[in-house]
Unconditional design. Structure first.
Length: 195
């Protein structure tokens, strides 16, 4: 299904049952997910060390999904963390004053022969320029791209970092989200210490 995650596709059909149970087609029905939603554009944080030495840059990295609405950029936000950690509520005013910083996206491969199946030329693939064999837009829709950033100048202390994607329409993750159950697209958080 080109507009949804791969695990949503039917693998094997063994029986058909008619029911009005909402859990029949939604194994995550109570986990804020929606299998009927389009693939969202979203950024995810890699695992990271729990401590960084003062004076050294804090390396951030992750992957971003370029969904139905495409990907314009990935941004990160670092702020001092409370101890013990307190979840940041959706309506917390800190979201409005957050200072998001742009991350670097990985460049497209120069040679697509090692990426595409044998015998397939990038010049023949939808979304690629037939003359040059290069993508018409980067990152490609329905693909993943690595991102990275280096945070400098953090004083010793406890911090938390978040990352989000901004789509080609200018919507920042998790928007647009007219109702809470409209695609699992929450913003991840990682906590670390500068010592």
């Amino acid at each position: 299904m080109p507009w949804s995650h791969g695990f949503k596709s039917i693998k094997w059909l063994q029986r058909i049952t008619l029911t009005n149970d909402y859990k029949a087609n939604d194994t995550y029905a109570e986990k804020n997910n929606d299998p009927e939603s389009h693939l969202k554009t979203a950024a995810y944080l890699d695992d990271m060390p729990k401590q960084f030495p003062a004076g050294e840059p804090v390396a951030l990295s992750g992957m971003a999904i370029s969904g139905w609405s495409g990907l314009r950029r990935v941004e990160y936000w670092v702020r001092p963390a409370e101890s013990p950690p307190v979840p940041l509520a959706d309506e917390d005013p800190a979201w409005e004053s957050a200072q998001w910083q742009e991350c670097a996206l990985a460049a497209p491969p120069r040679d697509w022969t090692n990426v595409l199946p044998a015998g397939i030329s990038a010049r023949e693939v939808l979304g690629f320029d037939p003359a040059s064999g290069q993508p018409l837009a980067w990152p490609l829709r329905y693909s993943m791209v690595a991102w990275s950033a280096a945070v400098r100048g953090l004083a010793p202390g406890q911090y938390e970092v978040r990352a989000r994607a901004v789509d080609l329409n200018g919507f920042a993750q998790p928007e647009p989200r007219p109702m809470q159950k409209a695609g699992k697209n929450g913003i991840q958080v990682r906590r670390f210490q500068v010592v």
